[in-house]
Design a protein around this ligand. Structure first.
Ligand code: ADP
Ligand code: MG
Length: 292
């Protein structure tokens, strides 16, 4: 559940859906030089959907979906949910998976009907000697469309490509533009590939994109930003964001995110809209002007 929150600034924060659990953070808000955002669930809705299902020649489309969804049913990643949901919507029944393993930042591996299956990115395919050289152009095209492209392989042979897109939250671009107008730099930190990350960054007007970061690498990226810009805020929703939220000078959790992120943060945006950050900065500036 939501942690007990301390309201400051004459309850104005609560009205705007900003819960403050660390009073000092309110003061720090006015000194922020850069705000780092997680991508999935923070800038985007965190609810990706399949956009493309591209079987290789001779592979049945439903078989590709069956194999991918069967293994992804064992994963808790938002990308996995997108694939499983699509199988359900297409009345594709799932099989059983054995020896399932999630490989951080790369994908998943397991056995479906006794055959080794991989679903994931280039790194995962390269490690398993899956040849995808003929699909490079297609992957690049999908990624430039801000989609996350995953490959599916059976017995180390490529079966096809599954691409998903995670819609951007309605107010992300506007909030980021407003933050930049306030003279605060914006950055995005994500595990997603460079091209997809840049395509999304461009759509929302983020000034710097840090991509292909492993989950435990986010905290180091925040440290690096602190060395350069001193006062850094971090905004995130996931379990993986908790250490980075703690490391940052102002940790901001998305209210619709995980409890672990909320507990690690100084401030929670109850509504999940990024515009709450602007209200918080304005609140901080106004409050401390009055005290002086
Ligand atoms: P993020 O949370 O920013 O999306 P992750 O570190 O969770 O980043 O994932 C990084 C990349 O690893 C994904 O973009 C995808 O290519 C691959 N990946 C992770 N989990 C899965 C999964 N369950 N199925 C397929 N690919 C995955
Ligand atoms: Mg996230």
């Amino acid at each position: 559940g939501t942690p007990t929150a301390l309201m400051v600034g004459s309850g104005m924060g609560a009205e705007k859906g900003i819960l403050i659990r660390n009073g000092e953070a309110v003061q720090t808000f006015k000194d922020i030089k850069v705000i780092a955002f997680d991508k999935t669930g923070t800038i985007t809705k965190g609810k990706p959907e399949i956009t493309d299902l591209l079987p290789m020649e001779g592979v049945d489309k439903n078989d590709l979906l069956y194999v991918a969804a069967t293994i992804e049913n064992a994963s808790e990643h938002p990308l996995a949910h997108a694939i499983v949901e699509s199988a359900k919507a297409n009345n594709v029944d799932l099989g059983k998976v054995n020896e399932f393993n999630a490989i951080v930042g790369k994908g998943v591996v397991g056995y479906v009907d006794g055959e080794k299956v991989l679903v994931g990115n280039r790194k995962l395919m390269k490690e398993n000697d899956v040849n995808f050289s003929k699909q490079q152009d297609k992957l690049v095209q999908l990624e430039n469309e801000a989609k996350t492209a995953m490959m599916v392989a059976k017995e180390n042979t490529l079966m096809g490509i599954v691409a998903v897109a995670d819609p951007i939250k309605e107010d992300s671009a506007q909030a980021i533009a407003e933050i930049e107008r306030m003279g605060i730099r914006t950055a995005m930190i994500t595990g997603d590939n460079n091209r997809t990350a840049n395509a999304i960054g461009k759509k929302v007007g983020i000034s710097s994109v840090i991509s292909e970061v492993l989950p435990d690498g986010k905290v180091n990226e925040v440290k690096r930003l602190q060395e350069k810009y001193n006062i850094v805020a971090m905004v995130g929703d996931g379990i993986n964001d908790a250490p980075a939220l703690k490391q940052s000078n102002v940790g901001i959790a998305i209210g619709t995110g995980t409890d672990i992120a909320i507990e690690a943060a100084d401030v929670t945006l109850v509504k999940g809209e990024l515009s709450g950050i602007i209200s918080a900065i304005n609140l901080s500036t106004a409050t401390f002007r009055k005290i002086k």
